[in-house]
Design a protein around this ligand. Structure first.
Ligand SMILES: CC(=O)N[C@H]1[C@@H](OP(=O)(O)OP(=O)(O)OC[C@H]2O[C@@H](n3ccc(=O)[nH]c3=O)[C@H](O)[C@@H]2O)O[C@H](CO)[C@@H](O)[C@@H]1O[C@H](C)C(=O)N[C@@H](C)C(=O)N[C@H](CCC(=O)O)C(=O)O
Ligand SMILES: Nc1ncnc2c1ncn2[C@@H]1O[C@H](COP(=O)(O)OP(=O)(O)OP(=O)(O)O)[C@@H](O)[C@H]1O
Ligand SMILES: N[C@H](CCC[C@H](N)C(=O)O)C(=O)O
Ligand SMILES: [Mg+2]
Length: 487
């Protein structure tokens, strides 16, 4: 049994009311989960304020409250601790509670707008193939070596992170690869973790609904590198214009990777086909099964991390050539009549442009390229017209449809997308609200050898409408439809 004082190490305490040598059971930041003898951390959120739930937490048995402001009614026998930043406090409380698991596992964080899931998941795959027990915290799933858990976030809350790191250590994992989202950094979810390495992929337009400006979004990402210790390594993509900015103030060992500039880890694309990429990495040629120049960046980052973590260079290249693509990232099927349907998680302008460019590079141009795309509700609205512009200008036909409308009216989202279409592209576009109908239309329009891109949802197996997640799987649906239509 732990005492409250045991988990306060490094918590920036401003004032204490009550005893700290009390026995506690567990930590919760959601009053609804409080049980007898728990510690309740009151967090000011984006929708509500945890301070409003202190009474509720006490009624359910909380014995201690961590808060940014003492409540007006102080209950006898309860310990109140005032902190400056409750999110930060939660991160330290969680790490202390699980006895700082990040110090006992070799933890690498991947941040940037696109490529986090790809890099983290492929690092997991690579180190598994190298014979290690490995952990993974990603958008798609959480892995504790072979055990799979459902992921709800790209970067989970600090309690969940530390709980899984602890489990990974119990299961003998030596490495853990995790995605570090800008929300995660901003909400201090990764604050109390000790990273051995950090990777920066790229920075482009996303989440400008949450972060007020692009500069704020960039600086949040940068703060992840600012906080790395001297013993860590930080590897950055210097072909991205913010690549070097990320490392400006880090104490970690600075490393670079690039396709276009001089760098510690440098690659050249020798061939780019639907069957894979032929890369020259630091003077060695290697065939990989992944497609598209953006994946050359991802693979180079993976190679750099593998080498920095001690995998011999030749072995790292051999393992690189064995990696299989990540679910929902450029996954494709070829139908009986040779129609290629590609499902990709591209949900930002930059990712969509990259995927379309990749398809354009590998196609012969005799086929039509039909793109089905939507934009998520309750997310950055400014990306909607831009994505529609990209889809309509880079495809032969573009079908706009719904992608997780959440609490928004899907028709309005599509109308906002349509505003980005230039007049000369009007005739190439059509809007079909129902995603299944949109995919069906794409299949009907497709002739043998044509390419259908279904963008935005990748691995997701649901369509979220008004808080309810309905079963929906792009890859399964397009496969079935092409079969039904005898295509
Ligand atoms: C906008 C956002 O990031 N919200 C996250 C945030 O919630 P919040 O602060 O807004 O919570 P809130 O609802 O305002 O409540 C405030 C506090 O009151 C508490 N509360 C609330 C009600 C109650 O009855 N009792 C109670 O105690 C809540 O538990 C919370 O502690 O903190 C919660 C706990 O960590 C997260 O689950 C939640 O993620 C929401 C669900 C979410 O959708 N987040 C997305 C945007 C996100 O984080 N995405 C990134 C990836 C983005 C990307 O790069 O693509 C991610 O890392 O997943
Ligand atoms: N290095 C890259 N540069 C640009 N685009 C990329 C890169 N890697 C992947 N993409 C594109 O972005 C999409 C999302 O990739 P991935 O899931 O790896 O990114 P992510 O950073 O994890 O995204 P999220 O923030 O949603 O978790 C892919 O489906 C692909 O289209
Ligand atoms: N991590 C991203 C995923 C977006 C995926 C897209 N399908 C959507 O729902 O907008 C987000 O939550 O913004
Ligand atoms: Mg991800």
């Amino acid at each position: 049994m732990k005492q409250l004082k045991d988990i306060l190490y490094k918590v920036h305490i401003e004032a204490v009311h009550g005893a700290t040598d009390i026995t506690i059971s567990k930590i919760e930041f959601d009053s609804r989960k409080i049980e007898l003898n728990d510690v309740f951390v009151a967090i000011r959120g984006t929708l509500s304020d945890g301070h409003d739930y202190i009474e509720k937490a006490l009624s359910l048995g909380a014995v201690a409250v961590i808060c940014e402001e003492f409540p007006s009614v102080i209950v006898n026998g309860v310990t109140y601790i005032k902190v400056k930043d409750a999110n930060e406090a939660l991160a330290f409380l969680a790490a202390n509670y699980y006895e700082n698991p990040s110090e006992n596992i070799r933890l690498v964080g991947v941040t940037g707008t696109n490529g986090k899931t790809t890099i983290a998941s492929l690092l997991y795959q690579l180190f598994k193939k190298a014979g290690y027990k490995v952990g993974l915290l990603s958008t798609v799933k959480i892995m504790v070596d072979e055990q799979e858990f459902k992921a709800t976030h790209t970067t989970p809350d600090s309690l969940t992170i530390n709980k899984f790191l602890d489990l990974m250590i119990q299961e003998g994992c030596e490495f853990c690869f995790m995605e570090v989202s800008s929300h995660g950094v901003h909400q201090k979810r990764t604050e109390a973790l000790r990273f051995e390495g950090g990777v920066f992929t790229n920075l482009s337009h996303d989440h400008l609904d949450y972060h007020n400006t692009f500069a704020e979004y960039r600086d949040v990402k940068k703060s992840f590198f600012d906080n790395l210790p001297k013993s860590a390594f930080a590897i950055t993509n210097i072909d991205d214009k913010n690549g070097l900015v990320m490392l400006q103030n880090t104490k970690a060992k600075k490393l670079t990777y690039a396709l276009k500039s001089y760098a510690d880890y440098k690659a050249q694309i020798l061939e780019n086909q639907l069957s894979g990429l032929l890369l020259k990495i630091n003077d060695n040629e290697v065939w990989v099964k992944l497609i598209g120049s953006f994946n050359a960046y991802n693979l180079l980052a993976i190679y750099g991390v593998a080498v920095e973590l001690g995998i011999e260079k030749v072995e790292a290249l051999r393992l690189l050539s064995e990696l299989e693509s990540v679910s929902g990232r450029f996954q494709f099927i070829v139908s009986d009549s040779k129609i290629t349907a590609i499902v990709d998680y591209a949900h930002t302008p930059d990712a969509l442009e990259n995927v379309l460019k990749t398809i354009d590079d590998i196609r012969t141009k005799n086929e039509q390229l039909i793109t089905v795309v939507g934009c998520g509700g309750d997310r950055d609205k400014t990306k909607r017209p831009i994505m529609a512009h990209i889809a309509s200008s880079m495809s032969d036909k573009a079908i706009f449809t719904s992608d997780n409308p959440r609490t928004e009216n899907p028709e309005t989202i599509i109308e906002e997308m349509e505003k980005g279409v230039e007049p000369q592209n009007f005739k190439k576009t059509v809007s079909i609200l129902d995603r299944k109908q949109a995919i069906k239309t794409a299949c009907q329009l497709a002739n043998p050898n044509d390419i259908i891109l279904i963008a935005g949802k990748g691995h997701e197996t649901y369509q979220e409408i008004n808080g309810v997640r309905h079963d929906f799987d792009d890859l399964q649906i397009v496969t079935e439809l092409l079969q039904q239509l005898n295509k």
